[in-house]
Design a protein around this ligand. Structure first.
Ligand code: ZN
Length: 391
């Protein structure tokens, strides 16, 4: 973004954020809250009204004189679509400008190739809009979150291990079919964005989001910005090496954190120790029934996870760590050992700065995260500054 455009986008977003926080609110009050000139507020709010993001409401204090014209977020006919894409299914949600879900739709995907996936996503989005009785022209954009390495600025999925994709221009492929802007990001980054815009991450500048489940993911916010790394590939927390002699990970290295903590590996470790379970759910049931092997597997995983989190705390000194993902359901067996290891291995007093939050994760959260890819561009454009391309 050119700096003038960015400045305008930032001013627009600070007005929008003031309306989101205090609206319905008068233009004069917006100028006071944002410290922008009344002329700038008048000009920018005009654009926001034309774009359908806000609207004028005539109400409020009428003690003598005329009633002031107030501005409010247009949450009745401006919407966003969020898509959480997995390999065999996708969860679609329609949200308002507060990322509140108004309608949802789940589709099964019949093939893995990008063209078919985009055809089916486009059909699914049309079905969602019909369901919600919303016309396409009221949609600001579509956000898509998926696992893997994603170049968010270019809208390209660089690597999707589950779908076997390399360098797929998914945002363009889908935008062609939809006639709407499409934004793409790694799914854990989308969760991080929703925490930054609407969750506890609103109130801190430095925080981490960790997900456990089928894999281990991480989103980072440093200095208020989502941190992605040089190629947008940062945050591969699941592949920090814990034991160089450990199991061979799918990435080709040995003893990655995932091989201790991710669901398939928990099942495998239980099986090796003589417990006949096929799924993470069965393993959890065994632990709940008091099976010592199952409990030991979770305890071990918690210990290694906690050690690795201590390393993160030592590196980042975050104010907040949010642990989320499907794996959180086994928290009763995982987290006591995790907390103990964190306490033991964190440097000095750093542990005292960290608030830990455990957040069970639903499909809704993923879909809200995906919607935040669009909302982030409106409310916090600086979060989406284009990284410098590297060749
Ligand atoms: Zn690995």
């Amino acid at each position: 973004m050119a700096s003038r455009q960015l400045l305008k986008a930032l001013n627009r977003s600070s007005i929008l954020n003031a309306i989101k926080a205090y609206g319905p609110i008068a233009r004069a009050d917006i100028a006071r809250v944002t410290r922008l000139s009344p002329a700038a507020v008048t000009q920018l709010t005009e654009g926001l009204i034309q774009d359908g993001l806000i609207f004028e409401k005539q109400e409020g204090d009428s003690r003598g004189g005329r009633r002031p014209i107030l501005l409010a977020l247009n949450d009745t006919d401006t919407y966003v679509v969020g898509v959480k894409l997995a390999e065999t299914q996708a969860t679609l949600a329609l949200t308002d400008l507060n990322a509140d879900i108004l309608a949802r739709h789940r589709i099964q995907l019949t093939a893995l190739d990008p063209a078919t996936v985009c055809d089916e996503l486009a059909d699914g989005i049309q079905a969602l809009l019909r369901l919600a009785q919303v016309e396409q022209r009221h949609i600001l954009g579509v956000g898509v979150g998926l696992a893997g390495i994603v170049d968010s600025a270019a809208g390209i999925c660089r690597l999707s291990p589950y779908n076997g994709w390399r360098d797929v221009p998914l945002a363009d492929l889908l935008a062609e079919r939809l006639n709407s802007p499409v934004y793409l990001d790694n799914d854990v980054n989308t969760l991080t964005l929703v925490e930054r815009l609407y969750g506890p991450g609103q109130h801190v500048r430095d925080f981490l989001v960790l997900t456990i489940g089928r894999g281990v993911g991480m989103g980072m916010v440093a200095n208020g910005q989502v941190y992605r790394g040089t190629r947008g590939s940062g945050g591969e927390f699941g592949h920090v090496v814990v034991d160089t002699d450990g199991f061979l990970c799918a990435c080709g290295n040995r003893g990655c954190l995932e091989t201790f903590v991710a669901d398939p590996w928990l099942v495998r470790r239980a099986t090796i120790n003589g417990l006949d379970v096929a799924t993470p759910e069965a393993l959890l049931e065994a632990a709940q029934a008091g099976n010592p092997v199952a409990r030991h597997v979770f305890q071990d995983a918690g210990r290694v996870f906690g050690q690795s989190i201590a390393n993160l705390i030592n590196l980042f000194n975050p104010a907040l760590i949010i642990v989320s993902g499907e794996g959180v359901r086994a928290g009763d067996y995982l987290f006591p050992a995790m907390r103990e290891a964190m306490q033991r291995h964190t440097f000095g007093q750093l542990i005292e700065d960290v608030e830990m939050r455990i957040e069970p994760l639903s499909d809704d959260t993923w879909a809200r995260g995906a919607a935040s890819l669009v909302l982030g561009r409106i409310f916090a454009p600086s979060l989406n500054e284009q990284p410098i391309p590297v060749r």
